[in-house]
Design a protein around this ligand. Structure first.
Ligand SMILES: C[S@@+](CC[C@H](N)C(=O)[O-])C[C@H]1O[C@@H](n2cnc3c(N)ncnc32)[C@H](O)[C@@H]1O
Length: 211
């Protein structure tokens, strides 16, 4: 397993308009990436020089804006199916002057079709669908690209799935556990696992033949 050494800190003072968006999202209970997870993601993008990014799950555009702010060369497609979220994301991105580089697609991820290739696919939408998303967008991932999955420990619930009384929540958590097992045993991929960062992060890259 390859290792990454990352400094997981972000400096909100540098980007005040995004800080406001983050605070409003947290106040309103909009699920956005945790600071540590975001710092990891940004460091990964910088270290690997990612320029073409596909994000699954926009919410209000917070993570997309943070990624786009890293470099003028970064272009992002991001997908959101909730109309209210989509409208807020469009406003936020436009107010920050990032509409040229962040394209928000208002539709279910399942319906997004593209032949574009991305060097990073950031997966942050319906947790039960991670396996499907991975297969759907694999052909859009550059040979050297990576898929990054957030919420891989799902608030720590993967460690106590049997104690969860809500049937639907238990079922969701079991699906995440199944995805974790499946992807780690899939010989097509190398997985870097960071369960102690943010809400748990997996980085998937294509395994080179012979390794
Ligand atoms: C965790 S939030 C994304 C947070 C965002 N990446 C951030 O950190 O700022 C997940 C979003 O994915 C959206 N979503 C969930 N399932 C979806 C689907 N099938 N198609 C499109 N959007 C979906 C939800 O509406 C929600 O806004």
């Amino acid at each position: 397993m390859r290792r990454l050494h990352l400094v997981c800190q972000i400096d909100d003072a540098m980007i005040p308009e995004i800080k406001e968006i983050k605070e409003k999202a947290l106040e309103e209970g909009v699920p956005i990436i945790k600071d540590e997870g975001l710092a990891f993601l940004l460091k990964y993008i910088e270290t690997n020089g990612c320029k073409r990014i596909l994000e699954l799950g926009t919410a209000v555009g917070y993570s997309a804006m943070e990624m786009a702010k890293l470099s003028e060369d970064i272009h992002i497609d991001t997908i959101e199916k909730d109309e209210k979220m989509y409208e807020q994301a469009i406003d936020n991105i436009s107010n920050a002057g990032l509409s040229e580089r962040i394209h928000v697609h208002f539709m279910p991820i399942e319906e997004y079709e593209t032949k574009d290739r991305y060097d990073l696919i950031f997966v942050d939408a319906a947790k039960a669908q991670y396996g499907r998303y991975m297969e759907k967008f694999l052909d859009n991932l550059d040979e050297e690209g990576a898929m990054i999955f957030d919420n891989m420990i799902f608030h720590g619930l993967i460690y106590k799935a049997d104690e969860i009384t809500s049937r639907s929540l238990r079922s969701l958590v079991r699906k995440i556990i199944k995805f974790r097992e499946m992807v780690q045993n899939d010989k097509r991929f190398d997985i870097m696992k960071f369960d102690d960062i943010g809400d748990g992060i997996f980085v998937l890259t294509r395994r080179k033949s012979g390794s």
